[in-house]
Design a protein around this ligand. Structure first.
Ligand code: SAM
Length: 355
């Protein structure tokens, strides 16, 4: 999706970050997009995309049998027919469906639907209650943290891993921490690829940490990678984890920084506090999605950005421009060695040296 570039004052923005969905958006596109998103997510939860990725020809009778004795085969077939209506599958005969080229792209990008439909469904459908003050995010309205972490992990594998691996090839590390590690897929993959290294995944979410422990065990890395439930902002954990954090020479964090910067009071010092929590860390590999420049006048929309911006507004988490991130890094003595576009629209990956 995006090519890696070295840091330069005039970084080109990948063409696909402008997107192809028209704005203004027609009623038919808006309504069908909503329904189509739920179809993508449902087929993912049923494991249908995973099967089609392995073999593009799917036998519906075999699938129905494998989904268990209580399966409602007629409903399953209607879901598949909806995906065919969207052009992602082609019905071959009564029982067979074939994945199309458009369907391959949906499989590659299905993490966005896991994130949006799976993770933020309740936040979006309860938006009116959040607006009126009848309900608040975090108490009355919740996101599904495991789905948010899972969707991010799916996208990482599908179109971000290559960029990160290329960037990390230049980074010498022996103990790595991943902040907001989600399902710990990234830290596991990076440590597995570099013999002799160790990793620590820190995440505030219990369900994500649980999934992380499973990821680590399945990768056979239990002796080298650990998933710990912790609030990165909570200095108390620094005491509890002092020895382990003290060993870390490289800190990475992906798609978490906006959460850490949410409080305007602590924002100016957040990166300085992070440096103090990891006293031996010389390199910080940090990525996040920034506010779209000129979004008010855009005549097209990319995937993700609108959902990301609205979800965070509903959760009361402000988002920031690329320039604000760079000012905050500079104030903490973090100097960019490389800046590259990072797959998801308006997301940048920084390799920063602690000076
Ligand atoms: C958008 S997900 C990204 C997950 C993963 N880094 C990835 O890119 O696949 C953000 C993650 O940060 C975690 N998180 C949010 N606030 C946190 C905090 N204060 N401390 C630790 N983790 C946090 C969330 O639970 C979630 O798993």
């Amino acid at each position: 999706m995006t090519a890696v570039q070295d840091h330069s004052p005039t970084l080109a923005v990948p063409a696909d970050w402008a997107g192809a969905a028209p704005a203004p958006m027609g009623v038919d596109q808006a309504f069908n997009g909503y329904v189509a998103g739920t179809v993508v997510h449902t087929l993912d939860r049923l494991g249908v995309w995973e099967r089609l990725a392995a073999d593009p020809l799917l036998d519906l009778r075999v699938l129905a049998a494998e989904l268990g004795p209580a399966v409602r085969e007629r409903v399953l077939r209607e879901l598949v027919r909806a995906a065919a209506t969207c052009g992602w599958l082609r019905l071959q005969d009564t029982d067979k469906v074939l994945l199309t080229t458009a369907g391959q792209e949906i499989i590659r990008m299905r993490g966005y639907f896991t994130w949006g439909v799976g993770g933020y469904d309740e936040v979006f459908t309860q938006a009116h209650r959040i607006v009126t003050g009848e309900a608040a995010f975090g108490t009355d309205v919740l996101r599904d943290e495991a789905m948010v972490a899972l969707g991010s992990g799916q996208n990482d594998r599908a179109f971000m891993a290559g960029v990160l691996d290329e960037v990390l090839a230049d980074v010498d590390f022996s103990v790595l921490a991943d902040l907001g590690s989600g399902i710990s897929a990234r830290v596991s993959r990076v440590v597995a690829d570099r013999p002799g290294t160790r990793g620590l995944g820190l995440d505030i979410s219990g369900p994500a940490t649980e999934l992380g422990r499973r990821t680590i065990a399945e990768a056979g890395l239990a002796d080298r990678v650990e998933a710990v439930r912790a609030d990165v902002l909570d200095v108390c954990h620094r005491d509890a984890l002092r020895d382990r954090l003290g060993e870390v020479d490289t800190v990475m964090s992906f798609f978490l920084l906006h959460d850490l910067l949410a409080d305007p009071e602590t924002r100016p010092h957040t990166f300085t506090r992070l440096r103090e929590a990891f006293p031996a860390a010389r390199t910080f590999v940090l990525a996040d999605t920034v506010l779209r420049p000129d979004s008010a006048d855009a005549t097209s929309l990319p995937v993700f950005s609108l959902g990301y911006e609205l979800a965070h507004a509903l959760m009361g988490v402000p988002l920031h421009t690329k320039e604000t991130y760079e000012e905050l890094f500079a104030a903490a003595g973090l100097v960019p060695r490389r800046v590259v576009p990072f797959g998801t629209p308006h997301s940048w990956l920084y390799v920063l040296e602690a000076h």
